[in-house]
Design a binder for this molecule. Structure first.
Ligand code: SAM
Length: 244
């Protein structure tokens, strides 16, 4: 039996292309099946670890400290979230997502990793935390690979929440589609459309909420994998115009 499993593993490793490898491997190995199901919830199949490293690496570079309070909007099944929870002090991580299945998968992951003692908070929310996070403020708000699934009126609602949720010197980071890229307004992912926001269009919305937007450059400069097309996405930083 063990010999058979080892032969399967060697064969799976010899298959070209991560997506194909996962597609075939998941038919035989329960652990790959579980990982495949998680990958499908976040984007490119077969990049979980690299994308997790990118997310924690980027936020640490942007100043995240263990004692900081972090709000992860569109957290999915905690690809970045698990690394954030591990790194942060207890009670410092909050993740929200519009999909109940993503939050359920997130809780399963917390349990599997034995991270309950870190007391993360996870919520299903379709209003960017307006109804779930009353009174809470955050040093960092993170929004990875999600801003471009929001239309202009949703961005406005998100920024209204940011104005309420950012601590006086808190910072928001999230990415928009950058170029070159083949994504168009007609592209879809996981039931979500793509919206091609620009720095200027977001600056206009941010201005209504006393927020200011800065372009920090392509996400590949923050460790995003070089072989995924979205590496050209621009990472934006949003802060209060006047920290009260
Ligand atoms: C591409 S996935 C990225 C997940 C995670 N941020 C990551 O990078 O690993 C986009 C996530 O945004 C969530 N999402 C989309 N629209 C949302 C909304 N209006 N409010 C909260 N979450 C949303 C989706 O359900 C999905 O989990």
């Amino acid at each position: 039996m063990l010999g058979k499993v080892v032969r399967y593993l060697k064969w799976i490793r010899s298959i070209n292309g991560r997506h194909r490898r996962m597609e075939i491997g998941r038919r035989f190995l329960p652990s790959l099946r579980r990982q495949y199901e998680l990958d499908v919830m976040v984007g490119p199949i077969g990049y979980w670890r690299e994308l997790q490293r990118y997310q924690i690496g980027a936020l640490q570079r942007l100043g995240l400290q263990p004692g900081h309070r972090l709000l992860d909007i569109g957290c999915g099944p905690l690809q970045g979230g698990l690394a954030f929870v591990r790194y942060l002090d207890a009670g410092r991580y909050t993740g929200i997502d519009v999909k109940p299945s993503a939050i359920a998968a997130g809780w399963q992951q917390i349990e599997r990793a034995g991270l309950q003692t870190k007391r993360p908070q996870l919520f299903v929310s379709d209003c960017f935390g307006r109804d779930e996070l009353a009174g809470q403020q955050y040093d960092h708000v993170w929004c990875s690979q999600m801003l471009y699934h929001l239309d202009a009126s949703q961005v406005d609602a998100l920024f209204a929440q940011l104005a309420a949720r950012l601590a006086p010197h808190g910072r928001f980071h999230g990415d928009i589609i950058g170029y070159p890229n083949e994504v168009t307004e007609h592209s879809h992912w996981g039931g979500f459309r793509f919206h091609l926001h620009t720095l200027d269009s977001l600056r206009q919305i941010a201005g209504r909420h006393d927020l200011t937007v800065r372009d920090l450059g392509p996400i590949e400069a923050f460790g995003y994998p070089q072989d995924i097309a979205l590496r050209t996405n621009r990472l934006l930083e949003i802060t209060r115009v006047s920290p009260a």
